[in-house]
Design a protein around this ligand. Structure first.
Ligand SMILES: *Cc1c(COP(=O)(O)O)cnc(C)c1O
Length: 479
């Protein structure tokens, strides 16, 4: 496909703008560039075709099924986009006076309150821009809490081996040492290993529940109690709340701090580097350290910015990715109090439906009821056919479906992690189940064919190592 710089002709342009009807001002020569920039020169028609072609070369939720485990690629209702593009939300400036942005402050206040209710926390900051950014922010709060009490020895964060990779990375960025603890045979935290790991130097524990195996840890209240008794705090990685929203709350499980991925659970577009939002909530004991400003209501129901007394400092300019939060609030108000737990229940139902239907063909890593996702191990399949989890993932692309997450979590070999989400109808789940079974059968007959998959996509199989190590990300040209 041609780059945009290689199409069009000199002098071709969009001429939709009206002629200038205000006085022109000339810019002094010292501020002017010597040569005009070499921008692409295209007609509107050519631009439209170019971007349509680009869009056809990728796969999004609008193209088809996207069961990418841990990423919650649910459908994003279009009404969210409509509210986010309302002039009163999209056309404001963060430095406007409080009195002129009361509606926007009310949105921020409302979404924080709803998140408090869903997670069982007392306060929220809307500043962090993504999940990992939220983890970093939450750990800063935990660090500030210990330091403020003069408890300087608490330098260790305990992380189970099933954790998302961002957990140990965020802890390390905050200057903590990481203690990894194993999972027991049922995929839950090994309680004895946890008892041995905690001590006077424990700053806290980071946990995802349900974890990345899709398992809800039955010992959760005991786990948080063990950490608290050792003087540590408990951080809940709530990147996806899709199995639990409106059903159980991290605050009731014993957690002190949580981040939520608005761009996963609360249905705003993600992937491809678009704006996300990873607000952080905490119990009252951590609230004095929250970054930036929160919005509070006075007795006249007027909204004001208030700064926390011992703030750890801003982690992003202003108030986070505001329009992402508008989308999330729209989603919450659309679903309402009954719709939110129903969405979670359907996410769990869809995952269990696929798990049970696939269990006669594939090895399920941890059998038993799962939450919003489950993990299959293709280790035996690989021994039988020579084909890997990667080959199966690539094969699925030929059916117009996005592959599941591969090789994660690390404790399952040849892992494929499937998260169908609640927004898919049964026919789509059935088609994916059939596709995976067909790929399985064909791999036994003709493994070489699967190793060459995908055969029907615009781009076949790039060399993974070259693509990762030597990506060509820049187009250089004279400007
Ligand atoms: C997605 C995810 C994260 C990271 O979120 P980002 O917004 O991508 O930074 C962290 N933990 C878990 C369990 C996740 O699924």
């Amino acid at each position: 496909m041609d780059l945009i710089f290689n199409i069009g002709q000199e002098g071709r342009k969009l001429s939709l703008l009206p002629g200038c009807d205000v006085e022109t001002v000339s810019i002094s020569d010292g501020l002017r560039r010597n040569n005009p920039p070499k921008l692409p020169q295209l007609s509107e028609n050519e631009i439209s075709r170019h971007y349509t072609k680009l869009a056809e070369r990728t796969h999004g939720v609008n193209n088809g099924f996207y069961p990418l485990g841990s990423c919650t690629m649910k459908y994003n209702p279009k009404v969210n986009e409509e509210t986010a593009s309302l002039e009163g939300f999209a056309g404001i400036h963060p430095l406007q006076k409080e009195s002129t942005v009361q509606g926007c402050l009310e949105v921020t206040h409302k979404i924080s309150q709803y998140l408090c209710e869903i997670t069982g926390m007392d306060s929220f900051t809307m500043q962090p821009a993504a999940g990992a950014h939220g983890e970093f922010t939450g750990l800063l709060l935990i660090k500030a809490y210990h330091v403020d009490r003069g408890d300087m020895n608490r330098k260790k964060i305990i992380v189970p081996d099933s954790a998302h990779g961002t957990n140990p990375a965020s802890a390390a960025m905050c200057g903590f040492d990481i203690v990894s603890i194993p999972s027991s045979d049922d995929g839950c935290v090994d309680i004895e290993a946890l008892r041995e790991a905690v001590g006077y130097d424990t700053a806290g524990l980071m946990l995802t529940n349900p974890n990345t195996l899709g398992i809800f840890d039955k010992n959760i209240t005991e786990i948080t109690k063990i950490v608290h008794e050792a003087g540590g705090l408990c951080y809940y990685d709530g990147a996806n709340l899709n199995a639990v929203m409106g059903i159980v709350r991290p605050g009731d499980m014993g957690f002190d701090c949580v981040h939520v991925n608005i761009h996963k659970t609360f249905s705003t577009p993600h992937g491809g580097g678009g704006p996300g939002s990873g607000p952080v909530g905490c119990k009252a004991l951590l609230a004095p350290y929250l970054p930036g400003t929160q919005v509070s209501l006075d007795e006249n129901r007027d909204c004001h910015y208030t700064a926390s007394e011992k703030s750890t400092g801003a982690v992003k300019q202003f108030h986070g990715n505001f329009l992402v939060n508008v989308r999330a609030l729209t989603y919450l108000l659309t679903l309402g109090r009954e719709g939110i737990p129903e969405a979670s229940s359907n996410a769990v139902l869809n995952a269990n439906y696929m798990r049970v239907k696939l269990a006669d063909t594939f090895d399920i890593a941890y059998p038993g009821t799962c939450m919003h996702e489950f993990v299959m191990s293709l280790e035996n399949f690989k021994k039988e056919t020579g084909c890997s989890a990667l080959d199966v993932a690539k094969g699925l692309l030929d059916y117009g479906m996005h592959p599941p997450t591969m090789y994660f979590p690390l404790i399952v070999h040849e892992a494929l992690m499937i998260e169908p989400t609640e927004t898919e109808p049964k026919e789509v789940l059935d088609r994916c189940i059939e596709a995976l079974k067909e790929i399985h059968a064909k791999a036994h007959e003709d493994p070489e064919h699967l190793k060459g998959a995908p055969h029907n996509t615009v781009i076949g199989r790039p060399d993974e190592v070259t693509a990762a190590r030597n990506p060509i990300l820049c187009f250089s040209r004279e400007v």
